[in-house]
Design a protein around this ligand. Structure first.
Ligand code: ATP
Ligand code: MG
Length: 265
């Protein structure tokens, strides 16, 4: 990676994540629009407190169980996740027997191949959705994302779409698929429409998801079904919004208290 981030910098973690994306942009895997999307995510991470909440951990557990129960799970890879968590994508694919499919808003310009190359370097064996293999079309999406692989998203019962756009999430849900996402914004259409929404930074959520899949792998189907059954996305999203609300209220109160302290002094 080009720029060294000083470990003493108060926002070193966030800057390191940015550096990964900037590198992804430079090697042609992340798009300009992907950089904007990251900025929006960062803003919500700031509000959440830049840590994985219990709320996110519950969603991660439900997502892991759901992926293990799926007959034909597919992980949809875009330029941001390929830049941020390539190793974890491949690890998850292996641990939960999920197929990897590259699916981009804007195809062409060698981006699919560049992403495939990053995934292969991270250990991926099979990668769907490259070039002509994305020969099927799903309805109601205007962008290149409508093009899917007949061996992948087209026939998937469960699609994991970290950092997704609302239009495509809606289209996948309409096709009757179980949709799992990671999205820092609990208010986005993707977060609201998905079956399971993990409100967390993909950089923190992915290693935990891989770990949880490994932990749950030997559980019975009945136990996995129970984990999915007791999870409510509505309730979890409501709580995620509440977590931001409570945190901001507390921070505002602390500000008021320290201000009145200054007055007294
Ligand atoms: P939607 O289309 O779902 O309403 P949007 O138009 O606001 O959302 P998009 O650019 O379509 O945003 O989708 C990107 C989503 O990914 C955003 O909700 C953003 O908050 C989220 N996001 C960006 N970076 C990260 C990250 N590192 N981890 C988790 N979520 C992220
Ligand atoms: Mg969008």
């Amino acid at each position: 990676m080009d720029e060294e981030v000083s470990p003493d910098h108060p926002r070193a973690t966030s800057l390191r994540i940015r550096a990964k994306l900037a590198h992804g942009f430079k090697i042609g895997i992340t798009s300009t629009f992907g950089l904007f999307a990251h900025g929006r995510g960062e803003a919500f991470d700031y509000l959440i407190g830049e840590e994985t909440t219990d709320n996110a951990e519950r969603a991660i557990r439900a997502a892991a169980a759901s992926l293990l129960l799926a007959r034909h799970p597919v992980l949809s890879v875009n330029g941001n996740v390929a830049a941020l968590v390539p190793l974890e994508l491949v690890e998850l694919a292996a641990a939960a027997e999920v197929k990897l499919e590259v699916n981009l808003y804007h195809r062409g310009g060698g981006r699919e191949e560049a992403i495939a190359s990053v995934l292969r370097k991270s250990g991926a064996k099979e990668i769907l959705g490259i070039g002509e293999s994305a020969s099927a079309t799903i309805p109601e999406i205007c962008s290149d994302r409508r093009r899917v692989d007949p061996k992948g998203i087209l026939i998937a019962d469960t699609v994991f779409v970290p950092l997704e756009d609302g239009d495509r999430t809606e289209a996948l849900v309409k096709l009757g698929k179980t949709v799992i996402t990671v999205d820092l914004n609990p208010l986005s259409r993707t977060a609201q429409m998905s079956t399971i929404t993990i409100v967390d930074n993909v950089v923190r959520a992915m290693p935990l998801l891989v770990e949880t899949v490994k932990q749950l792998k030997d559980e019975s189907k009945t136990a996995l079904k129970e984990i999915v059954k007791v999870f409510s996305n509505e309730q979890n999203l409501s709580e995620a919004i509440g977590i931001i609300n409570t945190r901001l209220t507390r921070l505002a109160r602390q500000k008021r208290t320290s201000n009145s302290g200054e007055d007294e002094g």
